[in-house]
Design a protein around this ligand. Structure first.
Ligand code: ADP
Ligand code: MG
Length: 409
């Protein structure tokens, strides 16, 4: 029997042993069941349940290589980052992330709250379900976690300690390659829907001005330690139910540009929109669903800004940040990054190695092509015109224009 004094990747039976030997959660003689439920790219997720009481927990263990491809070797230390940031985010944005109960630096695993009564948002959106409170919840999460970890609020030396604590080179390298580089040339590692290839070549790869902007943005991503960002805030990293939202899977977290998270949320709502547009039959249900998505995108942009400014005025401690006009200047920079990152995410999920089901499950080839064109047209626009795209209305306008252009181009 393993004593868990040296790292190995656990199977379900090992996770049960682990819970008995190492955790103070279940009675010694509890009848425990365990299932590995991971569907992500990098890790193993075990759900343990006491069959008598129904009490359950999650153990998430970092494997030595990505499940996506063993080309990606990622330090298991990312599990420490995940534990540390969830603990911190629970303080900064209470109730909006899973509670964590412990971290084991030998087995590289974190024990956390079981959220099985929630559904992963991407899955719910593929079923075209509506979550009216989502915009409110996610904007609170982002305004709090992004502003309260920045130099506007934090003691600057403590903030620099945090930058050290959350340095995350392996996961950042994945983002630098997969988001900022590979989608913008004919990289062999891209995973392209063949009918889209010609459009990608003409519209993106042959546009040197676009490549130049992606280079500027990549250096901004690598060199702007502004806020402790989630780093992978797509709809597969968000659990939802009618009255509650929980952000999880923050292993890409590091100190980077605050707009990175906001842009990711907006882009992933646009994938859901493109899916609804192309797969739902015409009628009131489709109108309601796509209308809700546009309204949610509008609210994410607008409510984030409103909450960020309010919190700024309440919580800023840095003397110079309180000079009149700095608040709006600072937020303006974040919104510029938000637009750019929304654009990068739209392009990279459409063309790159890590696709999204919102697009890949559209069965009709012509419809999938149209959905992908919408995403690429909006994506390029968000990157190139990032200084002008600020309000919720600006986002909705670009989406509607891209929708029309996707049919004609
Ligand atoms: P990865 O880092 O490999 O992407 P995730 O944290 O995204 O791993 O977890 C993979 C899947 O496991 C999730 O999509 C979800 O279905 C399930 N899962 C993860 N954390 C929890 C949790 N706290 N409660 C219930 N299910 C979870
Ligand atoms: Mg995941």
């Amino acid at each position: 029997m393993a004593d868990f004094s040296a790292y190995f990747t656990m199977k379900e039976a090992d996770a049960v042993e682990y819970a008995r030997a190492k955790l103070d959660v279940f009675p010694r003689d509890a009848r425990l069941s365990c299932k590995e439920i991971g569907d992500g790219n990098l890790n193993y997720v075990f759900r343990l349940k006491d069959e008598e009481t129904g009490k359950s927990i999650i153990i998430k263990q970092a494997g030595p290589v990505a499940r996506l491809s063993d080309e990606f070797v990622v330090s298991p230390d990312r599990n420490r980052i995940e534990y540390d940031i969830l603990a911190l985010q629970n303080e900064l944005a209470p109730g909006l992330v899973p509670a964590v109960y412990g971290y084991d630096p030998v087995m590289n695993c974190t024990v956390m709250e079981d959220l099985s009564e929630y559904v992963v948002m991407r899955k719910a959106l593929l079923e075209h379900r509506i979550f009216p409170l989502f915009a409110d919840h996610i904007t609170t999460f982002m305004a709090n976690t992004l502003l309260l970890t920045s130099d506007v609020v934090m003691n600057h030396k403590e903030k620099k300690e945090r930058v050290k604590q959350f340095i995350n080179p392996d996961l950042c390298e994945i983002t630098e390659d997969l988001v900022y580089t590979e989608p913008f040339y004919d990289c062999p590692r891209n995973d392209i829907f063949e009918p889209t290839r010609e459009f990608a070549r003409r519209y993106l790869w042959e546009d040197e001005s676009l490549q130049l902007e992606t280079a500027k943005l990549k250096f901004e991503f690598m060199n702007h330690a502004q806020s402790l960002i989630h780093g992978d805030l797509h709809t597969g990293s968000i659990f939802v139910k009618a009255d509650s939202t929980k952000v999880f899977d923050p292993e890409f977290a590091f100190y980077g540009p605050a707009g990175y998270d906001v842009g990711n949320v907006i882009a992933n709502l646009i994938f859901a929109y493109a899916n609804g547009l192309q797969t739902m039959p015409e009628g009131p249900e489709k109108a309601e669903y796509t209308g809700w998505l546009l309204e949610t995108i509008r609210q994410v942009a607008d409510k984030f800004q409103e909450k960020f400014l309010n919190l700024f005025h309440e919580r800023a401690t840095e003397r110079t940040a309180k000079y009149p006009g700095f608040d709006k200047y600072y937020l303006g920079q974040i919104m510029k990054d938000t637009s750019a990152v929304a654009g990068l995410e739209l392009c990279r999920r459409t063309l790159g190695i890590a696709g999204v089901k919102d697009l890949t499950t559209i069965e009709d080839a012509a419809r999938r092509l149209e959905a992908e064109k919408l995403c690429l047209i909006a994506g390029k626009t968000f990157i190139l015109r990032r200084s002008e795209i600020v309000t919720g209305d600006d986002y909705v306008k670009v989406i509607k224009e891209s929708e029309a252009l996707a049919i004609t181009r």
